[in-house]
Every structure is written in C-alpha cells, then in structure tokens.
Write a protein that binds this ligand. Structure first.
Ligand SMILES: C[S@@+](CC[C@H](N)C(=O)[O-])C[C@H]1O[C@@H](n2cnc3c(N)ncnc32)[C@H](O)[C@@H]1O
Length: 274
C-alpha cells in the first residue's frame, strides 16, 4: 500500500503503520536485549542490528579474532561485534565520533574497540592483519573500483572472510530508471545488484564468493527504517535534511511496486593460495 504524502511533514502514524512493515523483534531473538531503539539508534542506514546480526552470523567469529569494521560510522556495530562475539575490532571511518571509546567502555568492551580515522582506500594496517572484515551500509561509497576487492582482501589473512551488507537494486539500473528510485543521486550510481557484487569480487581471482543475494527482508528493511524514524521523532521537528531524506525514501517506496530497491549480503572468503 502506498503512503499518501499530501500532508507531509505531518504524518498519520496509524497510516504509516499500515503502509510500512516493521521487522518483528521475535524474528531476531539474539537481539532481545537491544529493543527497537537499540537496533536502530545511531546507525546510519536501514536494517540496523537486524542486518548486522545476519552478517555477523556468517563469519564464524570467535573470541580473540581481529575484525575490521569498515565505514563503521558511530561504531555501533563495532561495539556489537566486540560485545556479542568477544572479538577485537578496529573501527574505521573517514569521520569517526570522539565518544566511541567512552561508549565502548560503557558497554564493557573498552579494551576491544579501537577507533581509527582513515580513508577506506588508504588503510593504515599491515597486509594480512585481519581474520574478518565487516562493512554495513558503507561499502558502495568506496568499494566499487575494479582494484578495490584485491586491495581490501590484502588486509585479510589467507582463508579470512569479508561480509558486506548494503542497499542494492535487484537488477542493475538502466537509463530509464524512474527518478524516484535514484535515491541520493549521484551516490545511488554506486548501488549495484547482488550479481554485480559477485562478479566484482570473483574478478579478483583470489576469492571465493560464498553468498551474494538479496536479503529476504531487503525491502522490509527500508520500510522498517521509515517507521522507526517517524515514530522516533515527528518529521516537523526534524532537521530539514533528515525530513527530506525520509520524504525521498517514502517516495521511492511508493514508486517501487516490484521490490527493485532492497538490501543484499555479500560473503567472500580469501583463497588460501593466491
Ligand atoms: C551510511 S553510513 C554507515 C555507517 C555505519 N556502518 C552504520 O551502519 O551506521 C556510511 C559511512 O561510510 C563512511 N565512509 C564513506 N566513504 C568513506 C571512505 N572513503 N573511507 C572511510 N569511510 C567512509 C561515512 O563516513 C559513513 O560513516
């Protein structure tokens, strides 16, 4: 069902709830202690800890492993990984908040999360430094260059794994794509299909793609995020950029009848013998 934006930014929450699905907490019992706010708060994209948890489950993480959280934003996922899996996390972002160390300490993982301000294309690590790389809702901003997969995998140990969760198009966009689906243009030009991401990594000839597919809740994550944001704060009280962003998301969902806008998970293992 479409949501009528005629009275935007005044929203009718009952109609929002009818138009947009919410991911049921019961589907993620491992996140029970976070609640709906903890699953979304301070995360910059759709899916929140729902998507992060599905990504992490693929990595077979164990205490003591060293993990790179690439494009970590506020570092919510860095704290999540350290707390839930006992791993040590290097939290990397071009703009990293100064309070991450304090928040990690408050969550009981102060010694396990190290924040590093760096460009994802110029990383300050030794080759083979990481057991795993994790990247939520960030990789398309810096990872689409043909040379990036071999570059980023050089930081993995042989047999190490990378997992990426991001917005995607079900298929590659075409010149006649409806304007409403081109969210955050031109950034959306770097948003690709799961098949594109599979080939992007397979081309490196040094990796095995273990999984590259739409997330079964990929469309729902968009809807769930809209619901969370408008239930958290009335749009009229939001900063204009945020109100405009949600407006654009609703227009996109209204226009997209066929599930063209979704989310995907890519899971890749670096080959042991290059
Ligand atoms: C949509 S946010 C996602 C942040 C976080 N992973 C989360 O889920 O909340 C994308 C992040 O990618 C970061 N980013 C974009 N380009 C980058 C680059 N070249 N190097 C490092 N970080 C980058 C941004 O600073 C931003 O924090």
């Amino acid at each position: 069902m479409n949501y009528d934006l005629t009275n935007w930014p005044d929203v009718d929450l009952d109609k929002v709830r009818t138009a947009f699905r919410e991911v049921p907490l019961a589907a993620y019992p491992e996140l029970a202690r976070y609640g709906r706010v903890g699953i979304h708060e301070a995360l910059a994209g759709q899916g929140g800890l729902f998507l992060a948890s599905d990504m992490a489950k693929r990595l077979a993480l164990s205490p003591g492993m060293r993990v790179l959280d690439l494009g970590c934003g506020a570092g919510v996922t860095s704290i999540f990984l350290a707390r839930e899996y006992g791993v040590t996390v290097d939290a990397v972002d071009a703009t990293i908040p100064e309070d991450l160390a304090n928040r990690a300490a408050a969550a009981g993982v102060g010694g396990k999360v190290r924040s590093i301000r760096a460009d994802a294309r110029l990383l300050p690590f030794d080759p083979g430094a990481f057991d795993a790389i994790f990247s939520l809702n960030a990789f398309f901003y810096f990872g689409t260059d043909d040379l990036y997969p071999p570059y980023i995998m050089s930081y993995l140990k042989p047999g190490g794994e990378i997992v990426i969760g991001c917005p995607c198009y079900r298929e590659e966009i075409t010149p006649d794509m409806p304007e409403e689906l081109l969210l955050e243009f031109p950034a959306c030009l770097a948003v690709h299909s799961p098949g594109w991401w599979r080939r992007h990594f397979e081309k490196s000839r040094s990796a095995t793609v273990l999984h590259a597919a739409l997330h079964p809740r990929g469309v729902e994550f968009w809807e769930d995020r809209v619901r969370f944001l408008v239930e958290e704060q009335p749009p009229r009280e939001m900063p204009v950029w945020k109100r405009d962003m949600i407006h654009a998301m609703i227009r996109m969902l209204n226009r997209d009848a066929g599930g063209m806008v979704s989310h995907f998970i890519l899971h890749v293992r670096k080959d042991r013998i290059p």
